[in-house]
Write a new protein. Sequence first.
Length: 180
Amino acid sequence: MTKTKELEAKLAKKDNVIAEVAAELVATKKRLGCPERSLGATEIAADRFVAWIGVARGKFFASEKRYGKANEHNGHVPRDHWLLDQEKRKIIGFHERFPLERYRRLTFMMIDQEVVAASPSSVYRVLAGAGLLSRRSVPMAVHGSRQDPRRSDQVAVLGPAPELVDSKRATHARLAGSPS
């Protein structure tokens, strides 16, 4: 036999031995309930038992704490505060009724009208996920200004009148040139 075939035979034998030991361990656990729990009934110290079975001490006691609980394997467990699909549909429907409102105002309108009780960040996530948040073609007003960019009848004031600027410059030049 070649070296590869010998190694494969050893590996297959090892796999069979591991499978037999694992089956025996499962049968023992079923018969005794749990070896960790039965240690109290025997005179075997937990540390000695851990050394015999070849498991890390922390892993042994962690499994004892977990005994009887379902394995969740880091899966998503639905939380009570998550939005339901029905609530997400209501948020999207409300946005379709009021498409010009921004998500934060939309949130408080929904709360006031008792449509959905959700935080602004949740409403943002739902609308962004549905692709409904986009840049508006109408620019928002500058903070502190009284102009509404959606109204065309308003005139924008960009600064002081030029004649005021010229008179101010003249005053500054006159004061700078005079001896103090």
